[in-house]
Write a protein that binds this ligand. Structure first.
Ligand SMILES: [Mg+2]
Length: 285
């Protein structure tokens, strides 16, 4: 196993300077202390619903070895059951209890902050189910919170309601900050864009639970019952996965199978512990 990992180091440090290769080697060595993993989904395990090579094998390896792990996504549209089915369709077997969405993190945050309170929720099944299962009363009459998540059918009526409730004193919570999302036809306005609309109309900014807020990772660690210093975070974005992983105190692994490319990485004032071509390099041959 150790031999295998040192050869990974050599291949992943290709193109980097000698100094970086050395520190990259030391950082790869620290991976041996990792007992549990969090991994981003899009750009790490799947790309446009297609499995990234090595993703299914890595998940199987974790499951066989009973390594605690969670698959994370900022997308609050789907329930873990929906996402498990979508991943299975791509050939990746992730049980629903191994999926942690920004909707679940938001529900966990609210349950911790104010159990049994009330909320007006703008979102889809993933968020509505999570808030409901966290024991919240859903109402449009004097709610304690307005909770905004992703939807594909934003209603002007619901947004108007949210604006009025926030102006009347409801606390404004948002699942994730992403301003746009992908679709086959081009970008779609996403949760962050709608939150900006509500902020303009109310003068109030939301508290955002999803990445890059390390709250998303802390709640995932709590769900697993593990500590940050023995946990690795795999992601494809420097500005969300990696910065939040660093802030949460985890071993960070950037994969180049998604958004980040090597030239972009250099422009950030922080760096991941490891940079790999893809999750295939984490699979023991
Ligand atoms: Mg990603």
């Amino acid at each position: 196993m150790a031999d295998n990992r040192s050869s990974d180091t050599a291949s992943s440090a290709k193109g980097a300077s000698g100094k970086q290769s050395k520190s990259q080697g030391e950082n790869t060595a620290s991976r041996r202390n990792i007992k549990s993993w969090l991994t981003d989904m899009d750009g790490v395990l799947v790309h446009e619903n297609k499995a990234i090579p090595g993703a299914a094998e890595l998940i199987n390896q974790w499951r066989e070895r009973e390594i605690p792990f969670l698959v994370l996504t900022n997308n609050s549209i789907y329930t873990p059951r929906d996402l498990s089915a979508r991943l299975q369709h791509s050939g990746i077997e992730v049980p629903e209890e191994r999926i942690w969405t920004s909707a679940l993190a938001t529900a966990a945050f609210l349950r911790d902050q104010a159990p049994g309170s009330s909320a007006f929720v703008v979102g889809e099944a993933g968020l509505l189910t999570a808030i409901h299962e966290a024991g919240f009363i859903m109402t449009d009459t004097k709610p304690d919170y307005v909770v905004l998540g992703e939807t594909r059918s934003y209603s002007f009526e619901a947004i108007t309601k949210a604006i009025r409730l926030i102006r009347d004193g409801a606390r404004f919570i948002c699942t994730n900050p992403d301003a746009t999302g992908p679709s086959a036809e081009g970008v779609l306005p996403a949760t962050g864009a709608v939150a900006a609309l509500i902020t303009e109309a109310t003068g109030r900014k939301p508290y955002i639970v999803g990445k890059p807020n390390p709250m998303m990772f802390r709640s995932a660690l709590n769900k697993l019952g593990v500590h940050s210093d023995g946990t690795g975070m795999i992601g494809d974005r420097m500005d969300t996965d990696i910065v939040a992983g660093i802030e949460a105190g985890m071993h960070t692994v950037l994969v180049l199978s998604g958004i980040a490319d090597k030239s972009e990485i250099e422009s950030y004032p922080f760096r991941p512990k490891e940079i790999l071509a893809s999750v295939a390099e984490l699979v023991d041959k």
